[in-house]
Write a protein of this length. Sequence first.
Lengths: 481, 261
Amino acid sequence: MAVLSKYLPGAKKAREDHFEKDDPRQYLMHDPIPRGQMNEMVMESMHATSWKFWMVFGILSVLVAVCFFYAWGYMIAEGLWVAGVMRPAYWGIFLVNTVFWIGISHAGTFISAILRVFKAEFRRPFTRAAELMTTFGLIQAGASIFMHLGRVWLSYWMFPLPNQRELWPNFHSPLMWDLLAITTYVLGSTMYLYLPLIPDLAMARDRSTGWRKTFYRILALGFRGTEGEWRHLHTAMNFFAFAIIPVMFSVHTIVSWDFAMAMRPGWSSSVFGPYFVLGALHSGMGAVAIVLFIMRYTMKHMDYFIRKEHFDALGKLMMMVSFTYAYFIFNDYIIQWYGGNLATDNLLHWLEEGPMSWMFYQMILFNIVIPFAVLWIPKVRQTPWLLAVVGLLINIGMYWERYIIIPVMLTINNMPFTWKLYEPRIEIYLTIGTFALFLLFYMAASRLIPLIPVWEVQEGQMAHTMRKIGKANVSTISDFE
Amino acid sequence: MQMTVDLNRVGAKGAIAEAAEGKWGMSIDRDLCTGCQACVAACAMENNISFVGEEDAGYGRTQHWIRIERFWEGAYPNVKIAGGYQPMMCQQCGHAPCEPVCPVFATPHSDAEQLNLQVYNRCIGTRYCANNCPYQARSFNWRDYHTMPERGNMVNGKLVFPLHNQFNPDVTVRRRGVMEKCTFCIQRIHKAQDKAKSEGREVMDGEFAPACAQACPADAITFGRIDHKDSLVSQRSNEGRGVKHLEDLNTLPRVTYLKEG
């Protein structure tokens, strides 16, 4: 809120523009509407479906049926030879998808838990959208791991189940740590999605009829909104917000250990843990931008909740994450290169000028150069479609990054006789299948649960006031959570 | 003050593996190897290894437990052999990178023979062991090659597979989805040990050989106990030309390559 220092004669128009620009009502927190009206808006956004929604829903259902269930069933029936994995790239796109989806799931926790703990106010309208990404992304990640197994029907052997031979799973194996970390993360993030949802489910219960009423009544656990219930809920949310942050960091670190623990050129790197965590945030932020853009333009009343300021704040976060990502990628590659190990050297030269070098350069371009070049411009950050395009490019770049780390880096190893380039086969369909399943889940959820945490927005609007300090209008928050 | 470090204590894990009893080992004389691939054929016969066919083999899905690596200079047709032939198989590492990474203990270390075992019916096919093997010695069963319909004959409306008659009954036929690798012909080791035990003696040096060593026309492959100083394989390994492959990775391989000339 800048203060106008002087009034130039004949500049009335300019002054009006200026006031309009600084009008606090452009911020969601300073543009309150009555609670009943807001509840109705959110309910309406859930109920309003057009033929376009059902058309996209139908197409996605067909894609899921064909590319996910049929393709996977075919692969289970036929064996892994229908996929492109071979020696030396024993791991292929399935694990690329796993790492990618776990990366997407990270933004959910970051935005909702870290920003909630640090009380970043811009988070309020889209914490739920981000948390849903966490849960649905993890489902895709889990499915991709199981796709990758040679004998998926025996995957329960990874669990410590009692058995006749008293065999335990091998707790020395990074894959075992992975399983434990991802399971913890799925459970934790689902709880963390559910807790802030309870008041909104109760709100929806009070405003619906028929099967929806039953659905919300069961899920709302009889929440009435008494002071005691709120106090318990706040305590639980606070607890989970703090608890989920270390879990989030550990999950992607452990995913990176699947690679960093192995004796392979390009993989054996001690910076992989934080590098993967940052990479996950990078793709996750981009995905949040895309989701917010789609929500704003396809769902009713969302232009009230999701505004320029949110894209602006997200753009700033994306830029910051991009800087940090650049630091880590530099740190990883410079050390690998300076070490001068022969196999690593071969690998780096191959990335530089081999057949997959286009992917390497696109990764640098999309993940670092483009965010650096455009995100400092407020106009870009505040234009939803532009930010969504940047988010999409970052996601493509991050997908390439994982592709380079897994099948491309596997190509070059210590035994030159076995060098061979991986080509995806049925993996392409299964990748489309996981993307379609994610979108399908998301679309279904957008019509079943309130995508906007109404109580959180209302709480924020109650807490925000404009005050005059001297001549300046200052936004103040009275929030003692 | 003199600073000394007892390497056996520092690398405790390796030291234990090196001091182990009952180690079987191999030496491969690259001076003698002519690259004839007799070992590859013999190994495939002995161990029921699938024939993957031209297309899959070209794509990098050969399942040979031993392979002859050729090294050459230049591009076809101006090719010159440089570096010769290098038979490569599982090195039966004393400190094996493949072992700890398996989530279900499908690839444990045997105390009796000091080999890396592969338990086919425990394997769930994560393929982590193959990724972590610096020698790329493991092969995965991408499909059931031995029951592919085009490999069989239709007899009275029933599909029969004549090639199944040549399977070695001492060795499992692996199904798809599991990892496999060289076992140093553990079935032959056990057979020799059983015979020796019934005759009340130790297994003699050179009493038996794995299929590759038996088939090698140039006698480049020698097999035996490397914890016995006077066995032929120990003598050959220690004669001065012996090198371990990728020794800097501290995998403690049991195979010694005798370098050329």
